[in-house]
Design a protein around this ligand. Structure first.
Ligand code: EPS
Length: 386
């Protein structure tokens, strides 16, 4: 069983992640994990915090000479910003005199609900962990999962399809080309014209002190038929992916394949007809299902989209109520991201990698990479004969 848990506040000393269940002998290049962390920090529309941080993972357990040993892996990401927050965020000792509590919940954040639920007078104790800073660790552990999947030829990429109402037209590009163009775009959008418009829309929103949401698509290639299962709700891979994507901060909707568009089309234009060829075996001419049928991967590329709401920390004031005085106020904020959709796409890649690695290990098992590989190859041989 592959699992992980993380801890860490946005302005605390560090984020910590423990991963258990990756087989032994998986090559994990720390530089590759760092490359993914850097990708998450980029994207037009990010705010001042990203100029402070330069995320690099420190792996302190479970890895020896760049190979997993099968023991739990321990990941550490330092928050450079902690230097500026030491007084307010020290995990030990006593609160400094005159420490100002956060009592003004920001609409759209977990502040109010979390503060009430956990009986916190200082909402910082909620917002620090609710922050999307946590996604840095999701990318670190997702990148380890991705390196494992790479051993079996799986590849994941993403592109942004909409920001602030600017929609990229549907692409008639190969996966390779879509990926290359997205990587070259400041907003991870594979359509050049739309990419420029998105940048302009972000500039306009920043001027107005507003924020923008959008949609990103994540694709996994080389996924074998048979990951996930139809037999229980919690084993359906589409359900698990929905959870993994919905739990990314600011994600408000998830689609698989045609997604919501399927609701408005007749069945004859939704389902992917099945064909057989002596060489290829079973195949489809379309992939409207997005690679999942019955909660099981069907061998086609996995296609997941997620919609992000605009970041709720606005420079433009929104009305709220101070929890200390119950008085109405409207707050001005000093620092925020205008748009985090490109970063969200990179987090989405990590979420997909993680869930696929889990499903892969459930199907093929193995305590060492060699054992997993042997099981995988024997399954592929069996499929050859079908
Ligand atoms: C975030 C607020 C901003 C973002 C942060 C998420 O941080 P700060 O409050 O320090 O300006 O930059 O994202 C990250 C730190 C990150 O690494 O992505 C929030 O409130 O969710």
């Amino acid at each position: 069983m592959l699992r992980y848990i993380s801890a860490g506040e946005s302005h605390g000393p560090c984020l910590t992640g423990i991963v258990e269940g990756l087989p032994a002998n998986v090559p994990l290049e720390v530089e590759e994990i760092n490359r993914q962390l850097a990708r998450r920090q980029q994207g037009y529309g990010r705010g001042g915090r990203m100029k402070i941080e330069k995320d690099r993972v420190e792996i302190t357990a479970g890895l020896r000479f760049s190979r997993t040993t099968g023991s739990p892996l321990s990941f550490l990401l330092h928050n450079r910003d902690y230097e500026n927050w030491r007084e307010k965020m020290d995990p030990v000792g006593k609160a400094p005199k005159g420490l100002e509590a956060v009592t003004r919940p920001r609409p759209g954040h977990g502040d109010l609900a979390g503060g009430l639920k956990y009986r916190q007078e200082d909402l910082r104790n909620i917002l620090e962990r609710a922050s999307a800073r946590e996604t840095a660790m999701r990318v670190a552990v997702g990148s380890a999962a991705r390196l494992f999947l790479r051993e079996f030829g799986l590849h994941i990429y993403s592109h942004v399809t909409a920001i602030g109402g600017v929609e990229a037209p549907p692409l008639a590009l190969s996966h390779e080309e879509a990926e290359a163009r997205a990587e070259a775009s400041p907003v991870r959008c594979a359509h050049e014209g739309a990419s420029r418009e998105m940048v302009a829309r972000i500039d306009a929103a920043r001027e107005e002190g507003d924020s923008l949401g959008g949609i990103f698509q994540v694709v996994a290639l080389g996924v074998p038929v048979g990951l996930g299962s139809h037999v229980q709700p919690d084993r359906r891979l589409d359900g698990r992916l929905a959870q993994a994507f919905m739990s990314i901060q600011a994600v408000k909707g998830v689609e698989v394949g045609l997604g919501f568009a399927a609701a408005g089309l007749p069945g004859s234009r939704v389902h992917d007809e099945i064909f057989y060829d002596g060489e290829k075996g079973y195949y489809r001419k379309t992939n409207r299902a997005g690679g999942l049928e019955g909660g099981i991967t069907n061998g086609a590329p996995l296609v997941i989209r997620a919609a992000l709401k605009p970041i709720p920390t606005l420079l433009k004031p929104l009305r709220s109520v101070d929890m200390a005085t119950r008085q109405a106020f409207s707050a001005q904020v000093e620092r925020s991201d205008t748009c985090a959709v490109p970063a969200g796409a990179v987090v989405g890649e990590a979420a997909l990698a993680w869930e696929l690695a889990r499903a892969f290990l459930e199907k093929f098992g193995g305590d060492s990479l060699e054992e997993t590989g042997g099981n995988y190859r024997s399954y592929l041989e069996y499929l050859q004969g079908r």
